[in-house]
Write a protein that binds this ligand. Structure first.
Ligand code: NAG
Ligand code: NAG
Ligand code: NAG
Ligand code: NAG
Length: 114
């Protein structure tokens, strides 16, 4: 869990290959009256099997994810996601076969509602 106004996160071992058979959940909380701007700078995984989802709000697996990526997204980064709430949740899943570099992202809180 991350509470605050900015930070960064990468897949395990980044920029070396990530670990297989891994599931990670993270939640990001900005102060009240802020929204989160999340920038994915790099993304390479095994297509179809290793994926990253980012949701608007505190709870993963609710509604349409802001991001649902698997595979080589080198041509689509940097990718900027903006929440409508002061929270975001992230799910990282990898299976047991191939591993790749993974992802790196940064996030900042922006005063929005106040
Ligand atoms: C982070 O914020 C959430 C939601 O406001 C709160 O439930 C949690 O206790 C906070 N965690 C820390 C470590 O401050
Ligand atoms: C994240 O990826 C970008 C683009 O490849 C790179 O420039 C940056 O140095 C990486 N950040 C980290 C923390 O490795
Ligand atoms: C991902 O795609 C880019 C652009 O097409 C390519 O240059 C790069 O080698 C690919 N990376 C991997 C690990 O396949
Ligand atoms: C990372 O994984 C790729 C694809 O599975 C492989 O080609 C590469 O050699 C691996 N790199 C390292 C440092 O293990």
């Amino acid at each position: 869990m991350f509470n605050g106004t900015s930070g960064s996160l990468t897949s395990p071992n980044y920029p070396s290959n990530y670990t297989s058979g891994d599931t990670q959940y993270y939640k990001f909380f900005a102060p009240k009256n802020h929204r989160l701007i999340i920038t994915v700078w790099d993304f390479v995984t095994e297509v179809g099997y290793d994926w990253l989802q980012i949701y608007d709000g505190e709870f993963a697996n609710t509604g349409t994810p802001l991001l649902d990526w698997s595979g080589n997204k080198s041509t689509l980064v940097p990718k900027i996601l903006t929440t409508t709430t002061n929270a975001a949740s992230l799910v990282w899943y990898t299976d047991f076969v191939k591993t790749y570099r993974g992802y790196n992202l940064t996030w900042v809180a922006e005063n929005y509602f106040g």
